[in-house]
Design a protein around this ligand. Structure first.
Ligand SMILES: [Zn+2]
Length: 318
């Protein structure tokens, strides 16, 4: 049997801080979750919080080599634990997220914390440093604009529809055409779709992301995409991954096959193109289990608990 999720992935990844545009920073890490920061006139907007305050402090130490401005806003693209539980390290005045993200934290934040800790222990550097769940203090439903001041233009936080979760948002800098896409787009990293709405994500939601016509894109994982072709390429890969899953799992479901058959079909179809990308093997059992539910008419993703994680893993990943 394969080792559970990413529990055996213990080798540190190399983190790269990249200046994507004037006052725009991204920290990527060979497929680990990306984070970023945007300078306003006299404040910072940080994007994503990492899994623990100790992990976040290492990122902030690197950011402080470039700017000493205080963090006014911490933007969370969605509710997943590895993106939000480091929030206390930022000392942000305001934590911003979609209203559905706040509701998901209330509904399933505890279970998700436990689930993600067991799946990805390496990302939870000093797990005891997490003081509790992260609660966004400012939420919105459609769009929220932050004026950066000092001729820096604006930062637009936008909801593009159901996707990787019920509450993903993107952070868009129209003047520089730079997009922080969260987990709605991955760049040469596998998709996690265990909490997703595959059909909406693969169609209207990615259409809305693509329509922004970004020139640089920071996805949830993987390297920064530079240039229109690379940006559209990453969006296209994300869409292809989803479309392949919908086709393969959908065919088995329609033929009254089994979940195990659906897993085998989706894995076989995706592995040639995506099998070597980060977290592919880790994600696939959870992805197929969710899509199977979705095709069976289960509208909202079932809550992942540590116990359910193990049950699905044991059924599909051996
Ligand atoms: Zn996520």
């Amino acid at each position: 049997m394969k080792t559970f999720a990413s529990s055996a992935d213990l080798a540190e990844k190399e983190q790269t801080l990249e200046i994507v545009g004037d006052g725009v920073y991204a920290l990527t890490a060979e497929g680990d979750p990306n984070v970023g920061a945007i300078e306003g006139e006299d404040f910072l907007v940080c994007v994503e919080a990492m899994a623990t305050p100790v992990a976040a402090r290492a990122w902030l130490d690197r950011l402080r080599e470039h700017t000493g401005k205080p963090v006014r806003y911490l933007v969370l693209s969605h509710y997943h634990a590895v993106r939000v539980l480091g929030a206390s390290a930022f000392g942000a005045q305001v934590i911003v997220a979609h209203e559905n993200t706040r509701a998901l934290i209330a509904e399933r934040g505890r279970q998700d914390w436990e689930s993600e800790l067991a799946r990805m222990p390496r990302l939870f550097r000093d797990p005891a440093s997490v003081p509790g769940l992260t609660w966004p203090g400012l939420t919105f439903s459609d769009r929220l604009t932050i004026q950066l001041g000092g001729g820096r233009g604006e930062l637009v936080l936008a909801y593009c529809g159901l996707g990787h979760t019920e509450g993903d948002i993107v952070a868009w800098l129209p003047a520089q055409r730079i997009l922080f896409a969260g987990d709605l787009v991955e760049a040469r990293a596998a998709l996690y779709t265990g909490d997703a709405y595959h059909r909406e994500w693969a169609s209207a939601t990615l259409d809305a992301v693509a329509a922004l016509d970004a020139r640089s894109l920071i996805g949830g994982r993987g390297a920064v995409c530079h240039g229109r072709d690379a940006v559209q390429g990453a969006i296209g890969q994300t869409r292809d991954f989803l479309a392949t899953m919908l086709r393969e799992v959908g065919a088995v479901h329609a033929a009254d096959g089994t979940l195990k058959d659906a897993f085998a079909a989706a894995h076989a179809a995706l592995a040639p193109r995506y099998g070597r990308w980060p977290i592919f093997e880790h994600c696939m059992p959870f992805n197929v289990a969710r899509l199977w539910d979705e095709l069976s008419g289960v509208r909202r993703p079932a809550i992942w608990t540590a116990e359910r994680d193990r049950a699905v893993w044991d059924e599909l990943a051996d």
